[in-house]
Design a protein around this ligand. Sequence first.
Ligand code: OSB
Ligand code: MG
Length: 373
Amino acid sequence: MTCLAQLSLREIRLPLREPFRISSGEVTERRIMLLELRDADGVTVWSEGVAGEQPNYSPEAIDTVWIAVTQWVAPRVLGREFAQPHDVFPVLEADFRGNLMAKAAVEMGMWVLEAQRQGVPLARLLGGTREAIATGISLGIQASPEALVLKAKAAIAEGYRKVKIKIAPGYDVSYVRAAREALPDAPLMADANNAYTLHDIDLLAQLDEFNLMMIEQPLAWDDVVQHATLQKRLRTPICLDESITSLDKARDMVALDAGRIVNIKPGRVGGFASSLAIHDYCVSQDIPVWCGGMLESGIGRACNVALASLPGFTKPGDLSPSARYWARDVVTPEWTMSSDGMVQVPTQAGLGVAVDVDRIDELTVRRVVLQMG
Ligand code: OSB
Ligand code: MG
């Protein structure tokens, strides 16, 4: 039984160690929503909203998520008794469209709360079976192919099990070719964050030459049908990220052969219940899944690591250690990666890492406390 008595929202500002550039924009400092959930017994846990500053990944952004959580999510959850955290998402979906990142921020917190109450690691509550997760790095668009090669080589030397190269028109074939020539056997992939259309089909087909593990979300952020046309032309598997917002979208992808791999981000699909449904379906269809990231702080990363411990997550996740992004994270211990590219799944209850509230206090720029009733 889980019942939320109080929900505190905060916005923190966390500067990135280096700017992160993708086809739809660049970030130098993250504005991150953190949530503190408390039940009637005083058990307190944290969760994170994954939306960025601009609505350039999905239609949501931190400011819309703030409104949605305050106006529509919190009133549906505060004071309501849930027999199990599985029951939260259906309540949020009833007569309340979209706003999946806002829903996920609270829904994931409810799972963390239940894990904390039961004294079990979040990974175990979700059904995770792995003790450590293979990790990939996501490299933002670089100023030149040479700069990309340096970063990609360094990532492989650090132990990363996969190197994801962000691409966009003008930053694609020559960049991927340079990385492949420098690292002939490395597990490489590309992520376009919807930078292309079907007019670019010949250009995208040139990427087949480089033996990529997959090409992530080449076409529009909400498209499935056109990806099917593209997949017919490509040997390289397409992986959908932005387009997979629900189990139904994953079903559409499979029905149309619009992609052969799914990147599951719990924050994008409305939380853990939806992630588990997509995971189970993909396993039943022999579709590999892996866990993506949204430049989360260590709190969101804990949620991703827990999810990635499920058996269907058979490809390395975008689960870089804290030091890749932050001078100092908001959790202790910080997230680390072994020299063979593995991130350990925590064995402690709940998130499994301690939240550094003093650090969060220093970084907080706004705060609101929502109560029951
Ligand atoms: O498309 O996977 C993406 C970051 C922000 C928005 C979209 C994406 C990303 C990443 C970063 O690739 C992955 C990470 O958090 O390490
Ligand atoms: Mg992506």
